[in-house]
Design a protein around this ligand. Sequence first.
Ligand code: DAH
Length: 342
Amino acid sequence: MTVQDFTSAVLRLADEGIAGVEASRSAEELEALRTALLGRKSGRLTELMRQLPSLPPDARREAGAAINRAKTALEQALEARRAALAGNGGKQAAADLTMPARRTWQGAKHPVTLVIEEIVDIFRDLGFTVATGPEAELEWYNFGALNFPPDHPAMDMHDTLYLEGDVLLRTHTSPVQVRTLQTYPPPVRIVAPGNVYRRDFFDASHAPMFAQIEGLAIDEGTSFVDLKATLIHFARRFFGASKTRFRPSFFPFTEPSAEMDVECGICEGSGCAACKNTGWMEILGSGMVHPAVLEACGVDSERYSGWAFGMGPGRIAMVRHDIPDIRLLYDSDIRFLEQFVR
Ligand code: DAH
């Protein structure tokens, strides 16, 4: 046999074999074909292979390659037919292109984070920078430097979470005032968002951890006029054109101190459940920084004065979105949170 005769016999066998495979109707028929073509003992391709040694030595490589190509083609045809007979249409059809796509999951910022960002943006426009401080704080920063008398009830173990010795979880963001003034000489204008901790039960209106935003402005000649003008400007931008009022209050670290209310946005002042029928909503505590605080921070209280405020963005988010239970802010329930995707 010449090489040409040999390779055309191989090609013919492959063509016939593939046609037979594609025409086969059952797994048994297919298996019989496989044995007839590739069987070790008397398969037709195996027999052709046995004739290889009879070819001239320099032709054996080419003839061997033709055998291998035919074998691969037959095996692929057998496998494809096997899959088709098994009913899945072969490997290529594994994807159903008519199936609706899975919805892509979209994360959202937490409603409290959104409120914080909005508040920070308003103060940034007024020249305030963002400052931060540690959540595990020393008693001196949380209370002492802020002019709390040594027997103040807030320092009691029943109100404050102590970690060890004089280290506690800060009960407010006001210690950031102290840390800032120790680090940067006035003039200073900062807002300090962050989490604070109190020994409260977790119920519809209390959480043992919540967010606050502190504000501080220190300069020569700053007065209560600046405090009022700035905070009224803030309330107008954040709550719309609402009315505001200041009520006298008390904090150890400010003198005088005031609480600021905005007209209730839900009932527009006529009284409803959200504002407990007062027509007003308390949004922040504020005041002129006490000279004792300035001195504790190493700031000359004869030369400098300033004002500060603190507010709770969680409460503001609850009022804004009519959220009835503070625990919703901590549950991480996607069905609740995804309402704030924007
Ligand atoms: N630290 C106060 C609190 O947690 C809030 C506060 C009131 C902050 C008046 C201030 C302020 O800076 O001037 O209740």
